[in-house]
Design a protein around this ligand. Structure first.
Ligand code: NAP
Length: 305
């Protein structure tokens, strides 16, 4: 294996150490940040993601609150839960765990969230601010957690982004689309291509990239022979491919294991982008608490992450 590991567990631990200090500063001023989660239905993967988010919060001193609704909840039931957190002053920011049960309009639910409490950064107002004001994004409004986690993982490992060619595979709303905007913003200055299921020659797009980010959900789609030797490769996609003898889900990433023999850097899956995504969710909540505390105190300067 030639690739160095982009260790998301270690990087997330560093992020959380920094967050713990910021939460301590806030608590000295009487502010306790709180994350809310809304879980609908009994999807076991979603439940374990939500539990992980609560654990991350507890580690840094952020309190958490949860609402659980049955799988047959109506849009009105879910909107009522969203409204409860919108009004709850102990909830600084919150998420609705995706995916929602079949038949529920995801966009409608996301739009019901108060954009100032949108801990996942997926409300159209926050995504719109990312499009319109990329230089100020993250200062004025929360950014989506996975793309920011990817950028943090690269920069914390010293992987240069300025002037590098990046191929993002996948144009989904949670990863690929916002990631392209963030990587190409002034100050980061990567040159980004976004590939998808209709890209005629995916291998060719990947081959010219210094950095490849695969956010698709197709096991081992990214082939070793597509990788420029020394490139950084981030494996974001997660697909359930069966169950282990102990009944746990067996998961596969988007990147073929053989890529480790060609790449210069590789994010393991699990243990790469996933922990960073969760750390960035807590970071969004802490930043929201800092922003609202400072603006209540009349300070026009908001804290940068
Ligand atoms: P999504 O909205 O379903 O997007 C998937 C994208 O992959 C689409 O743009 C699709 O293209 C593209 N695609 C599908 N098959 C392809 C192929 N054969 N070649 C090239 N592109 C192809 O999913 P998402 O929400 O962005 O998530 C993507 C993956 O990342 C999922 O596996 C998800 O579980 C994972 N994820 C992981 C984390 C983490 O923290 N580790 C966080 C978020 C998501 P079209 O647009 O043309 O259909």
């Amino acid at each position: 294996m030639t690739a160095r590991i982009l260790d998301g567990i270690a990087a997330a631990a560093d992020v959380k150490n920094d967050l713990r200090r910021r939460v301590d500063d806030l608590s000295r001023e009487g502010v306790v940040p709180g994350l809310g989660t809304i879980l609908i239905g009994d999807n076991s993967a979603s439940r374990s993601y939500v539990l992980g988010k609560h654990r991350d919060c507890a580690e840094v001193g952020v309190v958490s609150a949860s609402i659980e609704l049955p799988a047959d909840s109506t849009v009105d039931d879910i909107e009522a839960a969203v409204e409860r957190f919108n009004r709850d002053p102990t909830v600084t920011g919150f998420i609705v765990q995706l995916p929602l049960p079949t038949g529920i309009d995801e966009q409608r639910i996301l739009e019901a969230i108060d954009p100032r409490k949108d801990a996942d950064g997926l409300h159209p107002m926050n995504l719109g601010r990312l499009v319109l004001g990329v230089d100020r994004a993250g200062v004025d409004s929360p950014l989506p957690c996975t793309p920011v986690g990817i950028v943090e993982l690269l920069t914390r490992n010293g992987v240069e982004l300025e002037g590098r060619r990046v191929t993002v595979v996948g144009r989904g709303i949670t990863v690929g689309r916002p990631l392209g905007l963030i990587l190409s913003q002034k100050g980061i200055d990567a040159t980004v291509s976004i590939a998808h299921s209709r890209t005629p020659d995916l291998g060719e797009e990947v081959r010219r990239a210094d950095i490849v980010i695969a956010a698709v959900g197709r096991p081992h789609l990214i082939r070793p022979e597509w990788i420029k030797p020394g490139a950084a490769v981030l494996d974001v996609g997660v697909t359930r491919v069966g169950t282990t003898s102990t009944g746990k889900a067996r998961l596969a990433g988007d990147v073929d294991p053989g890529v480790a023999e060609v790449a210069g850097w590789l994010s393991p899956n699990p243990g790469g982008v996933g922990p960073m995504t969760r750390a960035m969710l807590v970071a969004n909540v802490v930043q929201m608490a800092e922003r609202s505390h400072r603006s209540a105190a009349g300070d026009p300067h908001v804290a940068l992450r």
